[in-house]
Design a protein. Structure first.
Length: 96
């Protein structure tokens, strides 16, 4: 079911042949998070781009005084990741 939601979102913008969809489906990994569980924490390297099929993810960082600064909320049918960490394979400065 999760793949159908992702497929619907992607095919609104691009046309994929059946073989391309099958290949893409083979690359996808599904993961469920519990409430207050992190997808990635500050200091970890972002290794995946994530598509939210259900629920909401909060992206935030902590300043030098420990105060939380929310950067984004990713709701259903949105993508979330730390692009800088993902592309450079360096430690993330945010939590998700």
């Amino acid at each position: 079911m999760e793949f159908d939601i992702l497929k619907s979102s992607i095919t609104k913008n691009i046309l994929l042949k059946a073989g391309e969809l099958l290949f893409f489906k083979g690359l996808i990994k599904s993961k469920s998070l519990k409430k207050r569980e992190f997808l990635i924490r500050e200091g970890q390297i972002c290794k995946y781009e994530t598509f939210v099929t259900k629920g909401c993810l909060k992206s935030f960082y902590l300043n030098e005084n420990g105060f939380e600064h929310v950067m984004d909320f990713s709701v259903e049918n949105w993508w979330v990741e730390d692009l800088f960490s993902f592309f450079t394979q360096t430690a993330s400065k945010s939590n998700m």
